[in-house]
Write a protein that binds this ligand. Structure first.
Ligand SMILES: Cc1cc2nc3c(=O)[nH]c(=O)nc-3n(C[C@H](O)[C@H](O)[C@H](O)COP(=O)(O)OP(=O)(O)OC[C@H]3O[C@@H](n4cnc5c(N)ncnc54)[C@H](O)[C@@H]3O)c2cc1C
Length: 386
């Protein structure tokens, strides 16, 4: 246990990133649309291309990307602060979210000079939105079994056939970075997988939105029917897709997005309690949420310090995601139980709508980005048990 716990060295958000927080708050005060809490609670599912482009114009899409490509070249701590402020406010971040966090850094790390010159400035301008094509029917947690296949074509390009599912926001994106099999069989597992940038407007690509429990359609099924990809659609080395995908995971799992999914609901509840004669009954619960958030945030800042140092704390990120999503799921469970205690009470309608929405989506928190059981298996490996 000692080793894993020692990896969470105490770290704080440095002064330059704290100073940046004020700039972000000023921006949000003027540029963020006025939205009710039940819409703001959608934050990282909330698509608003206009907002993403205003953020890009301010220089804050592609925040960690090099300046030569239009990025802000800020460090992981500044990105932490930016994401924390966006989610706390409930800003609609879905447009640029994936490109900023994963696709841009992936292209910057593994892309050819031509790919960098083409995609990165578009990402930083908020013109190119990306989605992640990993999951397939029968290949969710068992990602190494993906069956979508890129076959080499006579012209040096590739023919793509297969199907992806649960792809967040593909209907609003120009590009997908897809993990597909480029050689061998699904039995070859991690070997023979590659990442391709797929232009979703190409002939043979069909994007079908899937409506969820809340009535929103934020994820999709994507079909590839003999799609012709150019040779330069391949990112990084052929057959290295598994290693490349794994390098992304510490970015995907350790950040504020794994702590703040229910924060708009918690905030709204506290706001309503401030004017309620009933508040004293709930002070211990509010205090407990604040204590948990403070501790979790320190774990996330500790991971951020490792990312800022160029490390890839994959196991620690799995731990943050597991406890973080437990916290995010507890908030709607506790608040809805308390609101339901007195059926005669006059409950604030905006709070009720927000609670209903967050309660419906909360089960997804511990699925998206890797399920709880998979993460716990990774943590067990970190403890030398597997
Ligand atoms: C809101 C949302 C957005 C998503 N967005 C995207 C996206 O943009 N791109 C994308 O590619 N995917 C996306 N996904 C898919 C998500 O990453 C997968 O749903 C997830 O990885 C699990 O895969 P699965 O649904 O096929 O479940 P399965 O893999 O079938 O798992 C079912 C259950 O079995 C457990 N299980 C599976 N294998 C093991 C094991 N070896 N040991 C112990 N338990 C196990 C799992 O933990 C889970 O509880 C999204 C999912 C959600 C809910």
């Amino acid at each position: 246990m000692a080793n894993l716990l020692d990896n969470f060295a105490y770290a704080t958000v440095p002064p330059h990133a704290q100073a940046f927080r004020a700039e972000v708050r000023d921006f949000l005060a003027t540029e963020m649309p006025t939205l009710p809490a039940d819409v703001r609670a959608r934050s990282w599912m909330g698509f608003d291309a206009g907002f993403s482009r205003r953020l890009a114009a301010r220089g804050w899409v592609g925040v960690t990307l090099p300046q030569e490509f239009g990025g802000a070249a800020l460090d992981a701590f500044s990105r932490f602060v930016l994401v924390e402020e966006l989610l706390t406010a409930g800003a609609p971040v879905a447009g640029h979210w994936i490109a900023d966090r994963q696709s841009g850094p992936l292209i910057a790390k593994y892309g050819t000079p031509a790919q960098k010159a083409f995609y990165l400035p578009r990402i930083c301008a908020g013109e190119a939105f990306f989605c992640i094509g990993m999951s397939e029917p029968n290949s969710g947690s068992d990602l190494a079994s993906v069956g979508t296949r890129a076959t080499p074509a006579a012209d040096g390009g590739w023919r793509l056939n297969g199907r992806k599912i649960w792809t967040t926001n593909a209907q609003n994106c120009q590009y997908m970075i897809a993990l597909v099999r480029s050689s061998g069989d699904p039995q070859d597992r991690q070997k023979g997988l590659s990442q391709f940038i797929v232009d979703l407007s190409l002939p043979g690509v069909t994007v079908r939105p899937i409506e969820d429990l809340t009535g929103d359609a934020h994820f999709t099924e994507v079909f590839f029917d003999d799609v012709s990809l150019a040779a330069d659609a391949l990112v990084g080395a052929e057959g290295q897709g598994w290693e490349q995908v794994n390098a992304e995971l510490a970015f995907e799992r350790s950040g504020p997005e794994r702590l703040y999914s229910s924060i708009v609901l918690l905030d709204r509840w506290i706001e309503v309690l401030r004017d309620s004669p009933d508040a004293s009954r709930h002070l211990a619960t509010v205090g407990r949420f604040a204590a948990h958030l403070a501790a979790l945030r320190h774990l996330s800042v500790s991971c951020t310090a490792r990312l800022a140092a160029g490390e890839s704390p994959v196991i620690e990120a799995a731990l943050v995601k597991d406890i973080g999503t437990t916290f995010e799921q507890e908030i709607p469970a506790v608040i809805s139980a308390l609101l339901g205690e007195d059926p005669q009470a006059d409950v604030d309608a905006e709070l009720l709508r927000t609670c209903a929405y967050v309660s419906q989506v909360a089960p997804t928190y511990s699925l998206r980005g890797g399920t709880r059981e998979i993460l716990r298996g990774m943590i067990a490996r970190g403890l030398g048990l597997r």
